[in-house]
Structures are given as structure tokens and as C-alpha cells.
Design a protein around this ligand. Structure first.
Ligand code: HEM
Length: 208
């Protein structure tokens, strides 16, 4: 997890670049590239990707994701889709712990403005692009094409590209002023940081 000083540096870089470069999507990508790359190496996501994840670890990862998305969806003002998909996956896998007993992320990003919430959505909408890839790598664990247990990673399935394009259209419609862009970028950076920090503790969870 990058420290507060590092997050500050990334935001400053984003603000400086925002003044010079018109493409907000590229700015978001540049400001979050490092954390995105680190998440590829997260032991849970990496084990899904190379199809070596075991059932107990998969349930731990889903439980940790549930503990993030449930409060995050409320904070970001988005529907409770992802937490519902995660709950369905945990139930399908027979996870032993009730959802109410799962730990929830206590350090969510501060998303007080519509701009910061738009930036936060970059993280969740973008993660669906990688999620679609990961869903395909779950065949060994879940059985070919079985939906049970992979609802979250499948996400919107064939509608993923369209949802992403809708989101990019909202980004393009955001005001071009540097202050608005900086708020959007810091919403995304803070969301990635909170997500990475919370996911760090995934393997210490009891199974399910
Ligand atoms: C092993 C795990 C992951 C893999 C393999 C992966 C893979 C990918 C791929 C292939 C894309 C580009 C898709 C395209 O251009 O069509 C992408 C984009 C993206 N992913 Fe991931 N991802 C992973 C984890 C995550 C996580 C955990 C998050 C956030 C919580 C995330 C956030 C994003 C974002 C924001 C984008 C959009 C980047 C852009 O502006 O183009 N990814 N990912």
C-alpha cells in the first residue's frame, strides 16, 4: 500500500498533467498504472489468472471483495450489484460464514463530490474489464462454463464493453477545468489505494 505521501505525489502528478493533456481517461490510466500493475500480482488475482487458485482461497478472496464492495457501493452512490453477485457466489460455493459476520472495509475513500465519485467509478468499471478475463480462468476450479461461483467476475458479461463505453462517455462529458479533473483523478487514486490496502489482508481471513 503506498503511503499518504506517495498518494499525494500521484495526485499532484495527475493535477499537473491534467492541465496539459486533454484526455482524462489517459490521465486516469497513467495515475493508476502502478497500483493496477501491483494488483495483477496480488496473490489471489494472480492465482485465478494462472488457474491455480484453490477453493478455500477463492472463498477468502470473494469474502474480502464483499467486505469492500458492500460499504463502497453505498459510499460511491452506485447500486448494490457487485455485492449481490459476491453474495450469490459465496452462497453457491457453500461458504460457511454468514455474510453479516464478514469484516467490512473501514477505510473507504472520502467521496464527497460527484466528481470524486465519477473517479471512483473508473476503478470499478475498469476492473470489470480484467474481471471478464479472470472469469475465464475459473474453469478448472468451477467447471467449464458453470456460472455458480463466478457471477462477480463475469459481471455484465457480453455487456461489459458497452458499460465501459457508457462510463467513458460520462468521463468525456466531465468539465475540462483542472480542478474538476483533479477531483476525478483523486477519487480514482484514493479508491485504488483503499482497495489495495483492504485486499492486502485477504489471506488472514478465516475460510469464507
Ligand atoms: C489479475 C487481475 C487483473 C487483470 C488480469 C486485469 C486486466 C485488465 C485488462 C486486460 C484491462 C484492459 C481491458 C481492455 O482494454 O479491453 C484492464 C483494464 C482496467 N483494469 Fe484491470 N485487471 C486486473 C485487476 C484489476 C483490479 C483489481 C482493478 C481495480 C480494482 C482493475 C482496474 C482496471 C481499470 C481501471 C482498467 C481500465 C484502464 C484503462 O483506462 O484502460 N483491474 N484490466
Amino acid at each position: 500500500m503506498p503511503g499518504a505521501a506517495r498518494i499525494g505525489e500521484v495526485i499532484t502528478l495527475g493535477i499537473e498533467t491534467a492541465r496539459a493533456d486533454p484526455s482524462l481517461r489517459l490521465l486516469l490510466r497513467a495515475a493508476t498504472q502502478e497500483v493496477h500493475d501491483r494488483l495483477h500480482r496480488h496473490a489471489g488475482f494472480a492465482a485465478i489468472q494462472d488457474a491455480t487458485i484453490q477453493s478455500a482461497d477463492y472463498q477468502r478472496l470473494l469474502a474480502r471483495l464483499y467486505g469492500f464492495y458492500l460499504p463502497f457501493e453505498a459510499a460511491a452512490g452506485i447500486g448494490a450489484e457487485r455485492s449481490t453477485w459476491l453474495a450469490a457466489d459465496l452462497a453457491a460455493l457453500g461458504a460457511p460464514r454468514p455474510l453479516a459476520a464478514l469484516p467490512r472495509c473501514p477505510h473507504l475513500p472520502w467521496l464527497a463530490s460527484a466528481h470524486s465519485r465519477l473517479g471512483a467509478r473508473y476503478v470499478v468499471e475498469g476492473s470489470a474489464l480484467g474481471g471478464r478475463e479472470l472469469a475465464r480462468s475459473l474453469d478448472r476450479l468451477l467447471g467449464t462454463d458453470a456460472m455458480a461461483g463466478r457471477r462477480f467476475f463475469v459481471g455484465r458479461g457480453s455487456g461489459t464493453g458497452e458499460a465501459w463505453r457508457d462510463y467513458l462517455a460520462q468521463l468525456s462529458a466531465a468539465p475540462p477545468e483542472p480542478a474538476a479533473r483533479a477531483e476525478i483523478i483523486s477519487g480514482a487514486v484514493a479508491t485504488f489505494a483503499a482497495f489495495e490496502d483492504w485486499l492486502d489482508g485477504w489471506s488472514s481471513l478465516p475460510n469464507g
